[in-house]
Design a protein around this ligand. Structure first.
Ligand SMILES: Cc1cc2nc3c(=O)[nH]c(=O)nc-3n(C[C@H](O)[C@H](O)[C@H](O)COP(=O)(O)OP(=O)(O)OC[C@H]3O[C@@H](n4cnc5c(N)ncnc54)[C@H](O)[C@@H]3O)c2cc1C
Length: 382
């Protein structure tokens, strides 16, 4: 067992950590207030090759391993959690396309994700179903050289995306095997987008996508018909770990800020840090986050080895966001009334990280994955 990083990883992490601290962190609250995507920082992340970091070199990516991608998103989470989400979303889209899309789609889209020219979203959730994703109703019917898509997707991140991986039923009778994935350019006729007003992660922008007789070229089918559900679930086995690490990054920086604060703030003639009622909860959060952190890297390492890691990814995804939210909440309280103001980033981190208790599957959805693995399919609730 070797926990050390390679020299390349050490160097890369130093660069990302510096960028996160000096460039992302100072603007983190600004983008929330303006509800704007941090285009300026995105361009810098593109320059560093981050959205395409796992894309093979032949398609313009850096072909880094998954552990390295995890290290990067954890550091980004310390600077601007929403920037870590932006990178993760592109790594997920690239993962699905690289595994399943036709050579033509890969050659056209992967280099454009890598060079930041295109942002690709993913739409599975619908107004009536999220956890029970197989119940989706969006329909894709083949008519000659196109598929005609009709339906509504809800709660989808990146309302300004250039294309969306849309999951739709090609065979409504076939359950999970009837779901297919399509790469849908968002400028096709028949698509409208309605933006939400969210609690947190405002720069991400989330909304509904309405598809009305949208004609998608047949070549934009990703993989074979009926493989969509498997593709997205496999993709989640990657993104769930990365999301966990992004949340841990946000919680870690909040704990660091809080340690500094409670050392400086005095009550009853002493620094707050002298009271065990203050220092012990911080140590507990640090311990839990550290445990999930190493589980995350083990899960990514398993993926790098081509070994099963779905159970570990689900474990990370339920614990990472939940433990991070709990830690950030306690940090807010330890900042006293200042923590409740917008003068400090802690309240925003609470709002932002909480979103990942839902996005990419709730804790319960992840526990269902673990039950399937540990107890067996016959013990699933459906
Ligand atoms: C910030 C954010 C970003 C998102 N981005 C995207 C995106 O880009 N693309 C996309 O497709 N979706 C996205 N979503 C939607 C997200 O994936 C869903 O919200 C999530 O999967 C839950 O689905 P739901 O909201 O329909 O809740 P439901 O499925 O209706 O569940 C409601 C509650 O019941 C619980 N529940 C449901 N079934 C069970 C069960 N069998 N056992 C125990 N508990 C159960 C759930 O855990 C949840 O707490 C995003 C959501 C958020 C908040």
């Amino acid at each position: 067992m070797d926990f050390s990083l390679t020299a390349e990883q050490e160097t890369l992490i130093k660069v990302i950590a510096k960028f996160a601290k000096n460039e992302l962190l100072p603007d983190y609250m600004k983008w929330d207030r303006e509800e704007k995507f941090p285009r300026k920082h995105w361009n810098k992340m593109v320059e560093m090759g981050l959205p395409g970091m796992t894309i093979p070199e032949e398609y313009g990516g850096m072909a880094v391993d998954c552990v390295t991608a995890g290290l990067v998103v954890e550091e980004l989470g310390k600077g601007d959690f929403n920037c870590s989400l932006a990178v993760i979303s592109q790594l997920l889209a690239a993962e699905i396309l690289n595994k399943s899309a036709s050579e033509k789609i890969k050659a056209e889209w992967l280099p454009r994700i890598a060079n930041g020219e295109k942002i690709v979203a993913l739409a599975i959730t619908e107004p009536h179903c999220g956890t029970d994703a197989v119940a989706l109703k969006t329909r894709a019917e083949k008519k000659g050289r196109v598929y005609v898509l009709n339906g509504e997707k809800s709660g989808i991140s990146w309302t300004f995306a250039d294309a969306t991986l849309v999951f739709a039923k090609t065979n409504p009778e076939a359950g999970a095997r009837g779901v297919s994935a399509f790469l849908v350019p968002m400028n096709l006729p028949g698509i409208t987008v309605q933006k939400y007003k969210d609690l947190g992660s405002k720069p991400v922008t989330r909304g509904s996508i309405f598809l009305e007789d949208v004609e998608v070229p047949a070549e934009n089918l990703v993989g074979a018909e009926g493989e969509g559900f498997i593709q997205v679930m496999k993709g989640f086995e990657f993104s769930r770990i990365l999301l966990g690490l992004g949340c841990l990054g946000a919680a870690q920086i909040t704990l660091e800020e809080t340690i500094k604060y409670v050392k400086e703030r005095h009550a009853f003639g002493k620094p707050l840090a002298k009271f065990e009622g203050v220092s012990f909860p911080i140590t507990e959060h640090l311990s839990k986050l550290e445990a999930v952190r190493w589980l995350s890297y083990r899960a990514l390492w398993l993926k790098d080895q081509g070994l099963p890691h779905g159970k570990e990814a689900a474990m990370v995804k339920w614990m990472g966001p939940q433990y991070s939210v709990e830690a950030i909440h306690d940090c807010l309280i330890l900042h006293g009334h200042y923590g409740y103001t917008q003068e400090y980033p802690v309240e925003q981190r609470l709002r932002d990280v909480m979103g990942m208790e839902l996005g990419d599957g709730t804790a319960n959805a992840c526990k269902i994955v673990i039950v399937r693995d540990v107890f067996g399919r016959e013990f699933l609730p459906y």
